[in-house]
Design a protein around this ligand. Structure first.
Ligand code: GTP
Length: 344
C-alpha cells in the first residue's frame, strides 16, 4: 500500500507528459512485477493506424524512444491484432499470448470514443484479477491526470494548443525528422532539388473587431472556433496549430518545401474566404510566414512572420506574405531584435 501511495504521489507531481508517462510505467512495472511496460501512442496517418512506443521500462531501466531518433509513426496496427480488435470494439482491455508464452495486457486510455494512448504490460504468467484491478486503477488516475495536463495546454474556446506550449513544440519540431515521409508503404514526399524546411505562419482574422461590433461577441467567438476548425483540417497531423490569443493563430509546418508551404497556406486562406460563416457571411484572414532557422530564437522567428503579416494587412489583407521574399524584394527591412523582447 505504501508503495502504491508513493507512486500515486510521484505520478501526480508532474507537469509534463513525458515525465507522467515514465512515472506511470514505473508504477505498473514495480507493482505488477512485469517484464516490460510501455506507453504506446496510437496515431492515424492517411487513414492508417500506427502504434509507436513513447516510453518503455524493462528490467529496472527506463528507455524512452527519442522523437529525434525515431520520426516514424511506428508499426501498423495490424502487428497488434488483439489491440486492434479492442480499439474497434471500444473495450477497456485486451490480452494476448506471445509465441514465447509471455502474456501481454493492453489498456487503451479512452477519452470519449478516442484512444490515442495505450499501456502495454508484458508478464511471465497470466494476469490475476487483483493485478488487472490494480493496473486499471492506475490507468484511471493516469487518464484523469493526462486530461488535466491537456486542459492546461489548450485554449478553452477553440481547443487548439495555447501560447504556453509554443516554445516546447517548436523545439520538438526542430529536432524531429520528417515523420510524414517515413510512413511505411507510402511514397516519399520529397521533391528533387527542393529543400525541405520547417515553417512558421502567423494567421490573423481581418477586421475582426468589425465582426464583434456588428454581430456581437458570441458570433465573434463562433468565427474563431470555425477558423480554428479550418486550420486543423487544412494542416497535416504532424503540423502544430496554436491560438496565441484574440484573433491570432500560429502554425508550425513540419518539413516541406517553400512551394508546398505556400500552397498549403494559400489553400487554407482560400478555405476561409469561401466558407459561409453563419450569420456573419464572408470572413478573410491575412497570413505572414517565414522559414524556421535553428539559429534564431522563437521571438526572432515570430517577429519575422509578424512583419510579413503586417505587410499583408497593409497591402490589401486576405493574402499570405513570405518574409524572406519581401526582404529579398526590398519590401521589408531586417529589424534588429532583442531576443528577450516580447512580441505578443
Ligand atoms: N469574440 C471575441 N473577440 C475577441 C476575442 N479576443 C479578442 N477579440 C477581439 O478581436 C478584436 C481585434 O481587433 P483589432 O486588433 O483591432 O484587429 P481587426 O479588427 O481584426 O483588424 P485587422 O487585424 O487590422 O484586420 C478586438 O475587438 C478584440 O476585442 C475573443 O476571444 N472573442
Amino acid at each position: 500500500m505504501d508503495s502504491l501511495l508513493r507512486h500515486m504521489v510521484d505520478m501526480t507531481g508532474h507537469r509534463d507528459h513525458t515525465m507522467l508517462d515514465i512515472s506511470v510505467i514505473s508504477a505498473v512495472q514495480e507493482l505488477s512485477g512485469a517484464l516490460q511496460t510501455r506507453v504506446l501512442a496510437i496515431a492515424s496517418v492517411c487513414g492508417q493506424r500506427f502504434v509507436r512506443p513513447r516510453a518503455c521500462i524493462r528490467a529496472g531501466g527506463v528507455a524512452c524512444p527519442d522523437e529525434a531518433q525515431d520520426g516514424s509513426p511506428g508499426e501498423p496496427i495490424t502487428a497488434f491484432p488483439e489491440l486492434a480488435h479492442c480499439l474497434d470494439h471500444h473495450d477497456s482491455r485486451a490480452e494476448g499470448k506471445g509465441p514465447d508464452g509471455l502474456r501481454v495486457l493492453w489498456l487503451p486510455i479512452w477519452f470519449g470514443d478516442k484512444a490515442a494512448t495505450c499501456l502495454e504490460i508484458t508478464h511471465h504468467g497470466e494476469f490475476t484479477g487483483d493485478t488487472i484491478h490494480m493496473i486499471s486503477g492506475i490507468v484511471s488516475v493516469y487518464r484523469n491526470f493526462q486530461n488535466l495536463l491537456d486542459y492546461s495546454e489548450r485554449d478553452s474556446l477553440t481547443g487548439l494548443l495555447n501560447r504556453k506550449t509554443f516554445d516546447d513544440q517548436l523545439a520538438r519540431m526542430l529536432h524531429a525528422p520528417d515523420a510524414g515521409s517515413l510512413v511505411p508503404g507510402l511514397p516519399e514526399r520529397r521533391h528533387h532539388g527542393a529543400e525541405e524546411k520547417q515553417w512558421l505562419a502567423v494567421v490573423d482574422v481581418d477586421h475582426f473587431k468589425g465582426v464583434n461590433d456588428r454581430f456581437g461577441h458570441l458570433y465573434g467567438d463562433e468565427v474563431l472556433i470555425l477558423v480554428a476548425n479550418l486550420l486543423q483540417s487544412s494542416f497535416r497531423a504532424q503540423d502544430r496549430v496554436f491560438r496565441f490569443g484574440g484573433e491570432e493563430f500560429v502554425v508550425l509546418l513540419r518539413s516541406t518545401t517553400l512551394d508546398n508551404a505556400r500552397k498549403i497556406i494559400d489553400r487554407f486562406r482560400l478555405d476561409v474566404e469561401t466558407h459561409e460563416f453563419p450569420q456573419v457571411g464572408r470572413v478573410t484572414v491575412s497570413v505572414g510566414f517565414t522559414s524556421i532557422r535553428a539559429a534564431d530564437s522563437p521571438v526572432v522567428t515570430l517577429g519575422h512572420a509578424d512583419q510579413a503579416l503586417y505587410f499583408a494587412k497593409a497591402n490589401g489583407r486576405n493574402r499570405a506574405c513570405y518574409y524572406e521574399e519581401l526582404l529579398a524584394n526590398g519590401l521589408l527591412q531586417t529589424i534588429a531584435t532583442n531576443d528577450t523582447a516580447e512580441f505578443f
